[in-house]
Design a protein around this ligand. Structure first.
Ligand code: MG
Length: 274
C-alpha cells in the first residue's frame, strides 16, 4: 500500500467553505489552498478555513502564496516580473509571504509554497545574492512559525534550484514539483529532474503539459494524460524515493471541463499510486 495521497488545488478566493467542500465532494483527502489576494489573510478567514478543514476532514498540505504586483508568464517579461527575483518588488512580496506564513500557522498548515522566479543560472549574477538573502529571511520566518518553505518549480533549471537550496542553507526548505512546469518552461524532463533534487520533493502538482514551440511563450498546459509528463515513470520514481506527500491535481482552466479533467486525472493517478 502506497503512502502517497491524492489532492486537488483550490483557491481561497472561492471562499474557505466552498473550496473545502469542493475537495471533499470530489473525493480527495488533501488539498493545497492557493491565494493571490493577501487581504484575505485575516484571523477571521483563517478561522473559517480551519473550521472547514476540520468539518470535512480534508488535510491542507500547503498554502500556495501568490505575491502582489505584475506577473507575466512568458520568457520575455517573466524574468523581470515573477517572484522574488525582481529587486524592485522583492521587499513588498517578502512581506506578503510572511503574512501568508502567519495565516498558514493560524490555520494549522505546515508549509507555504510560491514561485521564486527565474533564479539566475549564473551564481555571480548580482540578482542571485539578493534572492538568496530574501530566501534566508522567509525560511527563518517560516521556521519560527514551525513551517517549511517550498519552491514551486518552473522558472529555474533543477541544478539552479538545488544550488539555491544549498546556498540558502536552511533546514526547512522543500520543493513542490510541478512536472508540467518543467516542460512548459523548457527547463527539464521532470522524471530526470528527480535524479537531481528528488530528496527535497515534499509536494507534487499533478499537472501535464508540453515543451515550448517558440522562444517567447510557455508550452501548453494539457489535461493529465494528454501531455508529455510520463506519470507512470514519475510516480514509480517518487515511490523509490519514499515520497510520502500528496499528488495535488492542478488544472488551470475553470468550469465543468476543469471538473471533468480533475476526475479523469484522479482515476489515472489512483491506478498509479496503488
Ligand atoms: Mg503548479
Amino acid at each position: 500500500m502506497s503512502q502517497i495521497k491524492l489532492g486537488v488545488l483550490v483557491a481561497l478566493e472561492e471562499g474557505p467553505e466552498e473550496a473545502l467542500a469542493k475537495v471533499h465532494d470530489l473525493g480527495f483527502s488533501t488539498c493545497q489552498v492557493v491565494c493571490w489576494r493577501d487581504h484575505l489573510f485575516t484571523d477571521a478567514v483563517a478561522e473559517r478555513l480551519r473550521a472547514a478543514a476540520d468539518r470535512t476532514g480534508v488535510e491542507i498540505t500547503t498554502l500556495w502564496t501568490g505575491m502582489p504586483g505584475r506577473y507575466v508568464w512568458d520568457f520575455i517579461e517573466g524574468p523581470s516580473t515573477i517572484g522574488l527575483v525582481p529587486p524592485e518588488t522583492r521587499q513588498e512580496r517578502l512581506a506578503v509571504l510572511k503574512k501568508g506564513s502567519d495565516f498558514a500557522r493560524r490555520v494549522g498548515v505546515p508549509s507555504i509554497t510560491t514561485h521564486v522566479g527565474f533564479i539566475p543560472e549564473n551564481p555571480a549574477d548580482p540578482l542571485y545574492a539578493g534572492v538568496v538573502a530574501a530566501l534566508r529571511e522567509i525560511a527563518a520566518y517560516c521556521a519560527a512559525n514551525g513551517q517549511s518553505f517550498w519552491f514551486e518549480t518552473g522558472q529555474e533549471t533543477p541544478v539552479t534550484l538545488l544550488r539555491t537550496i544549498e546556498d540558502v542553507g536552511a533546514a526547512n526548505l522543500g520543493i513542490n514539483l510541478d512536472p508540467a512546469n518543467l516542460l512548459m518552461y523548457g527547463k527539464a524532463n521532470p522524471v530526470d529532474a528527480l535524479d537531481i533534487f528528488g530528496t527535497y520533493v515534499r509536494g507534487v502538482h499533478a499537472k501535464d503539459g508540453e515543451y515550448p514551440t517558440n522562444g517567447r511563450s510557455l508550452g501548453a498546459e494539457k489535461p493529465l494524460g494528454e501531455g508529455r509528463v510520463n506519470f507512470p515513470a514519475l510516480v514509480a520514481k517518487l515511490k523509490a524515493l519514499n515520497f510520502r506527500g500528496a499528488l495535488t491535481i492542478e488544472r488551470e482552466i475553470s468550469g465543468p471541463q476543469q471538473i471533468a479533467d480533475i476526475q479523469r486525472a484522479k482515476r489515472l493517478l489512483e491506478e498509479l499510486i496503488r
